[in-house]
Design a protein around this ligand. Sequence first.
Ligand code: BTN
Length: 244
Amino acid sequence: LGQKLVYKEEVSSTQEEAHKLAGKNEPDGTVVAADKQFQGKGRLDRPWVSASGTGLWFSIILRPDIRPQYAPQLTLLAAVAVTEGITNASGLHPRIKWPNDILLNGKKTAGILTEMQSDPDRVQAVIIGIGLNINHKIDDFPPELQSKATSLALENKGTAFHRADITASVLRSLEYWYEMYLTDGFGAVRRRWEELADTVGGHVRAVSRLKTVEGYAEGITDDGVLLIKQEDGTIEKIYSADID
Ligand code: BTN
């Protein structure tokens, strides 16, 4: 991974840049990184705060030969890789919140956005966008995010990290898990995700635009869907939601 690295000081969104490059046949593992994004994109059409100097914003083009329905597996894979990459480089121990928020002490320190380009039955490219809050001070977050967001430095008594070290560690761990996935399939990734995730094995509330589902989070399926067992025993499949 990252054999081909495109670094830009400022872009609208590395995700958009990666989409353009993926359309031009750039190879599996191409990474687009930036110091600052004008229009960082989060999940569910939310903005992603991406100022200069504080974090690292990058998108990776992967080309696994899989059916489109399995693309969410790569999101869960990325969550495992980001979590382990952060631990290896910093000694901090983040936890995952379904599907792919990376939390330290219950506050979000990294987010992952997965998009794809695909034919009806084959994936052409999966584009994994990773936003890492590394050296933010609390005032670097807008007031409405200050109780929900954090950075590695804030959880490390304010001591800053080298952004390149954290990024290299995350890419190494992505490469490790991606190779394992290509050779052995999703099983090991899913087991590791379940170990690192706080969402599974407890009571949760999944809120989406359409409805709210409450119950016991039993686990995830092979296509990355969260299974919630409701009080009446029925199992609900959650494809996209926010978890309380
Ligand atoms: C989330 O909502 O949690 C996902 C956030 C993803 C942000 C990253 S930063 C790099 C890449 N470029 C974007 O515009 N978004 C992703």
